[in-house]
Design a protein around this ligand. Structure first.
Ligand code: GLN
Length: 318
């Protein structure tokens, strides 16, 4: 991005922040009790350009848990440990068209894609199996997230959310045992430790600027625009962006690709990040969710942004 284009986009984001602030629809996720305890009025937007310019607005320095926005990160760490081909022996490429925690596998009995719970649990199993030790696996995930965020702000661990999530995890345990019936990888793994790894990744926290820096590292082909360190190969990033484009917004992914057209990932904490290839990363955080689990204000800002800047849509230049 040229600096002036970045400034233009940030100006629009600031207007959209004011516009979206009045939206009170939706509800925080309550199946993880600690997420229901977060103040629903909190709202932040941040952007980081591929040239390393940064911009924040609103509650931009309050940390929130990554939740499902950690899924592309787990997928990329798994790819970097064993290569993308081996990752895809265990995880598919297709949108599932179902809820993020649905009991649904593809024709090969694999999770449909890495952006759903089943797929992210499988990425965690790959990481756990490769590193063989739960502390090493957790440290690798945390270090990877910190690097992706360019150390722009701290990445912390929210133990309250973690414990709350672990205490209400029946569905994720059931999903994992269900997969272990047909997955040798899971049959050989310690399921308790794999899930603890997955929940710890979901409970890693950063502020909106940190998440925007992560988004920008994806947009910038795996090189952090903040530190200029080369974290992922372009091939791994291409894989992640393709799957985010098709599967990143749960069962709204098809419509989101249609109307927004930017690879993105949402999480039940109300976090949402968008990676505009070659241009910038944007993060939006607002805890109230719609029925599919996407942030209501986040979705509104994304939709309106592309109305105002049509060329941000991947097909916006036709
Ligand atoms: N930790 C959450 C879960 O596994 C993540 C889900 C989400 O953000 N959609 O249920």
């Amino acid at each position: 991005t040229t600096g002036s284009m970045f400034k233009d986009i940030c100006r629009t984001l600031q207007q959209l922040y004011e516009e979206a602030k009045d939206i009170k629809d939706g509800m925080q996720a309550d199946y993880i009790p600690e997420l229901a305890a977060v103040n629903p009025e909190l709202f932040a937007i941040a952007a980081v350009s591929c040239d390393g310019e940064t911009w924040v607005h609103g509650d931009a320095h309050i940390p929130f848990t990554l939740q499902s926005t950690c899924k592309p990160l787990l997928y990329c760490l798994a790819q970097s440990l064993v290569g993308w081909e081996e990752v895809h022996d265990h995880i598919g490429y297709e949108p599932s068209g179902q809820r993020f925690n649905a009991f649904a596998l593809d024709e090969d009995k694999n999770p449909h894609n890495p952006m759903l719970n089943a797929g992210a649990i499988m990425s965690s199993a790959i990481i756990w199996t490769h590193l063989k030790q739960k502390v090493a696996a957790y440290k690798a995930v945390k270090a990877f997230v910190e690097e992706m965020a360019g150390h722009v702000t701290p990445v912390t661990f929210d133990n309250s959310v973690y414990l709350s999530e672990l205490a209400t995890a029946s569905r994720n345990f059931a999903l994992t045992y269900f997969m272990s019936e047909t997955s040798q990888l899971l049959a050989d793994a310690n399921i308790q430790e794999v899930l603890e790894l997955y929940f710890s990744a979901c409970s890693l926290s950063c502020d909106c600027l940190g998440l925007a820096a992560i988004a920008a590292t994806f947009a910038n082909g795996g090189v952090s625009p903040i530190t200029e360190s080369d974290i992922m190969s372009p091939e791994m990033v291409q894989n992640a962006l393709s799957l985010m484009y098709n599967c990143g917004m749960y069962d709204y992914s098809g419509r989101f690709a249609f109307e927004v057209g930017i690879p993105a990932k949402s999480g039940v904490s109300g976090a949402l990040f968008l990676s505009v290839p070659g241009k910038l990363g944007i993060a939006i955080w607002s805890p109230r969710l719609d029925r599919k689990g996407n942030s209501v204000r986040g979705l509104h800002v994304a939709q309106r942004l592309v109305e105002e800047h049509r060329n941000l849509h991947v097909f916006g230049n036709v």
